[in-house]
Design a protein around this ligand. Sequence first.
Ligand code: SF4
Length: 438
Amino acid sequence: MNKAKSFFIKSFGCQMNVYDSNKMKDIFVSHGMQSTNYYQDADYIVLNTCHIREKATEKTYSDLGRVHKKGKNDHKIIVAGCVAQAEGELIQQRAPYVDLVLGPQSLQLLDTYLSDKNSNLKTMTEFDAIDKFDTLKRFKSHTDSKSSFVTIQEGCDKFCTFCVVPYTRGSEYSRSIPDIIEEVKKLSELGVIEVTLLGQNVNAYHGPDVSGKERGLSYLINKISELDKIKRITYSTSHPNNMTDDLIELHGTNSKLMSCLHLPVQSGSNKILKLMNRKHTREFYFEVIDKLRKHKSNIALSSDFIVGFPEEDDKDFQDTMDLIHHVGFMNSYSFKYSPRPGTPAADREQIPLKIQDDRLKIMQTTLDQQQIDFNKKFLSKRLDVLISSSGKFKGQVKGKSEFNQSVAIPGNPNIIGDIVPVQITDISVHSLIGKAEV
Ligand code: SF4
């Protein structure tokens, strides 16, 4: 009997790439192949790249050189994701051993490529989100996890001046509600009880319902909530301008919606927000937060911050620190600004690195302290935790609270997959430790 061919997929970057990698995995499996954790053993090696990473393009070429050199003799190499989209045919000019280049909206063509041994597909970077999702739904999902990502929206029309997404993922596209419900239903039949709805601008979602009427994110979340087996729902990543009143109210009324929200603000300075083309002010962000807290007083908030954007002066930085103190975040991602080729801000004069480093240090110290303060509130309290897998240490399991905190629990592997009450006994900056009350 012939040994099944194997594939290796390495996913870089955001949750949407993780979702796309899972879809490529479903396609490989439908062709009778099996996954391997080692590219050295794989017949097909896929690098699903991210363009947000600093020097992403050069890192991709160096990764490609390594896997080509150390992989099996007759392997095929596929480059997918946002670097594939941005570089296109250049990839095969610089790395002629690459067999296929697939942009994020063209990854369904992997099936055509695998089906036809004589396929002449080389570089596929069309923006056809409709074809992508229509084709992908034909493939059976495979998961043994209780928690799953579901992409409901792709692309972005906002054109923040630091961001490559509108160029690599195209303009906004929303999947239809019946399609999404069908996917979530299938996942729930495989045992999934928690879904994270994904989109570059997820709360700009505006897909058609069964009658063709356009609906927003709150409608979709309510529809998913009607599925009994789904116990938790969350969504990411949102833009403040798309936090509509109905979506904000839903945080107070829908018990399956998790008590957390990632709502990036990037800067607390109106001058910098304007230069970033964020199209909102700090005052508007405060208004959204106030409304959210009116409907869900204990909602846990997280954000992204860019430090040292061109023209950021001391006052602008202080405005951001003031916003952080005013809102209080449970955790956040903060980065030094680094230019992305092809974006408007890349050509502007850059802030000296030393100033960026100093500001980032101040910001991260404050954000860490806020996270510790947030976690401390749960000491000796009870939290419902979805136990997702074995923990880092032997005899430990781990999971997520409804506030999206990581919780480690010494004990019983039989509770993996359940939502269990946990008494919190200790905390650190990034996680909690507790005792399951089962
Ligand atoms: S809204 Fe988000 S995805 Fe769109 S351009 Fe701005 S940062 Fe990028």
